[in-house]
Design a binder for this molecule. Sequence first.
Ligand code: FAD
Length: 396
Amino acid sequence: MKVFRWGSRALDMFPEDTALHKTYSYEGKVIVIGAGASGLAAAKILQTNNIDYLVLEASNRYGGRLKENKTLADFPIDLGAEWIHHLPAVLNRLKGKSGDLVEEETVPYNAFYKFDKDFGYSSYGKIFTWINSSLLRLLFFFRFKFFPEFKFKNSSWFNFLDRNFAEEVKHKIEFNSPVTKINYSEDKVDVITRSGKVYKADKVLVTVSIGILKSDYISFIPDISKEKKDAIESIVFMPGFKLVMKFSEKFYPDIIMCKAKTGEKEYYDMAFKKETETHILGLLVQGSSVEDFYCLESEEHIVLKALEELDQIYEGKASKAFTGEYALEDWGRHEFTLGTWIESFQYNQSLIQTLNEPLNGKVFFAGEVNDLNHQLGVPGAIVSGYHSIDKLLTNL
Ligand SMILES: Cc1cc2nc3c(=O)[nH]c(=O)nc-3n(C[C@H](O)[C@H](O)[C@H](O)COP(=O)(O)OP(=O)(O)OC[C@H]3O[C@@H](n4cnc5c(N)ncnc54)[C@H](O)[C@@H]3O)c2cc1C
């Protein structure tokens, strides 16, 4: 059961000395590709060590798969990563601090799951209804005890990244600069963007999602090895989206789990344990269930389908209580993401090592998929940023 050594159960595997605890005196120029959690963590190290660097970001914003909506509710809503699949102490570790007392206010995510027959559990409907009220409560109690998860109370993952990383380095980001080519055949590395602009660097750190690497959006000269290509190909990076809807009343439970052939699908109360009177319901869809939505012609149709599904079990209450306000973030079809997240625990360390392997000691890789310390998701991406920038600066 590899999953039990990841996330909250792998805090003891968080590296004791990250790049945050070291000093570097590198004289060359470094380019970081991508301003997500991993790229910004690496940039912070370059900034604090006065190293000449630049971050090239494809989109017009930083954060990558961390994004915040501040208009729908009186609390910030994470449109990307939202849960701390960890003990809150990881927030200290990510900042280079020890101790378990964190300054961020967090809440335990010990939500009660509901399985509903109208969401594909028809043959088991009655069983689930029974289990719902008794055994499941117990099961989820133990699940939380064994594999605890938390959420930010009145903050967000995006805000955490913004305050602790982006603040210091955002002046070094060149936005709207999608990299399409990396030529590392000469002494200096040429990094070429879609507009044809050429940037020269001594070393480069690539932090784009595995979806972008799979898509061949970036060509490498010389080409990357077959072994690395195969490793990239073998990683499953499912499509998915998050729909956030505002309602005038709370007619739904904490979570409604829906059946999904691959990935997951759930409706869940995004205001869970927040200090708010606003009713925000999220729909997170990843994997096979996206097909039911991707075949629809517009965002509005996706919202209507979600309302229809909810109306079926809540007897029309969803449509009645819907305020018409929503936000939809389609990570699966986002040009610079092309997927959601990876289930790291499915992969062995040697595969992740292969993904990490630098090219000619000049082009390095970091990001969620390169996490060698079992930290998962955002913490994994940040730790990987620290790890790879350390390798880059020390030439290992
Ligand atoms: C819906 C959703 C829910 C999630 N929930 C959680 C959760 O609850 N908890 C958790 O810990 N994790 C969660 N995750 C995963 C988490 O968001 C990621 O693991 C983490 O944000 C990855 O960071 P990264 O820096 O590796 O990659 P990214 O965030 O993808 O950053 C890569 C950056 O590179 C840029 N880029 C791409 N291509 C190019 C190019 N060619 N040139 C220049 N720049 C480029 C992108 O625009 C982006 O800014 C979730 C993800 C999604 C999508």
